[in-house]
Write a protein that binds this ligand. Structure first.
Ligand SMILES: [Zn+2]
Length: 210
């Protein structure tokens, strides 16, 4: 029993070493990799984001992000997610994921909320000039397809946009503080439309981004 246990532990430490070496390889090879799309579902874990009518923003963000990921992968575009579960991820860690890649297209996905419950619409934020092009590519498609207020693209010094070295944008997919917009944001068909137009906007920009 004792010798078996030692053997087992030996195997375990060997397995850990292999995992550690693999992780180091992925990290190093990732740093030199070419362009990659990084999808960032906002908030997560103890950070709910906005919460209205029993709907937490963090869940909507992850749901839409997963749909965008699937659509991009169907087109053969490499995608990395900053989180794949209901986990808390710091803003630094989110930017660090993007900064592993030489040319990253970072797209943070959020839903909005304000105290004035009559406010609706979709808007996309950027910081750099290159970011404004990706923001326009996404916002234009969302506004054409979706009947709501087109709040346009706006320059903002958001932390996550400042810390990412590649192209970075933040999409606010609608106001969950507005009952009408919240109801459809929670529907699968609507999340598919959001995801399709975000993916279309990314794919169109992807071709020109070097
Ligand atoms: Zn948010």
């Amino acid at each position: 029993m004792a010798s078996q246990l030692i053997g087992f532990q030996h195997h375990r430490s060997l397995a850990r070493l292999v995992v550690a070496l693999f992780a180091a390889f992925v990290l190093v090879s990732g740093a030199s990799a070419g362009k990659t799309v990084v999808i960032d579902p906002g908030h997560g874990g103890r950070d709910n984001g906005a919460k209205w009518g029993g709907i937490a923003e963090k869940d909507l963000n992850l749901d839409v992000a997963r749909r965008v990921e699937a659509l991009l992968k169907e087109r053969g575009i490499p995608v990395v997610m900053t989180r794949r579960s209901d986990a808390y991820v710091s803003l630094d860690s989110r930017a660090a994921v993007a900064n592993r890649y030489k040319n990253s297209l970072f797209v943070s996905i959020h839903f909005n909320a304000v105290n004035n419950r009559s406010i609706t619409g979709i808007e996309t934020f950027y910081l750099s000039t290159r970011g404004s092009k990706l923001a326009n590519s996404i916002q234009r498609r969302l506004a054409q397809r979706i009947h709501t207020r087109d709040r346009g693209t706006k320059k903002r010094h958001y932390s996550v946009l400042k810390k990412t070295r590649g192209v970075a944008v933040l999409v606010e997919c609608g106001f969950i503080s507005n009952g009408w917009e919240r109801d459809r944001c929670a529907q699968s068909w609507y999340k598919n439309i959001l995801a399709q137009e975000i993916a279309n906007g990314i794919a169109a920009h992807w071709k020109y981004y070097k």
